[in-house]
Design a binder for this molecule. Sequence first.
Ligand SMILES: [Zn+2]
Length: 113
Amino acid sequence: MHELSLCRAVADVVTSHAEQRDVTRVTLRVGHLRQVVPETLVFCWKMVTDGTELAGSELVVEHVPAVGECRSCGARSELDKPVLRCAACGGRDVSLVSGEEFLVVSMDLATSA
Ligand SMILES: [Zn+2]
């Protein structure tokens, strides 16, 4: 499963940055073109972190729409599929503005009592 390996990669990054501190929440920014299902990511996160020092932490997924900018008419349109096509003029000379993100935006650490 695609989401499972992504979660493993994220868990590795978070674990090395947490340096043994308690992580309560991890926020992830995922572009539309990554074609991951946020619910599946959250489910896989529980599986991957279960029994590790990240167990119990919450994964928050921020969805970033895919946006393309047309080189012919300059219009920006949201892209539903990984096909770059301008919604305004139908042109195919479109450059991708966003949609391929996959990064850890932040992680919240428990404040030590
Ligand atoms: Zn256009």
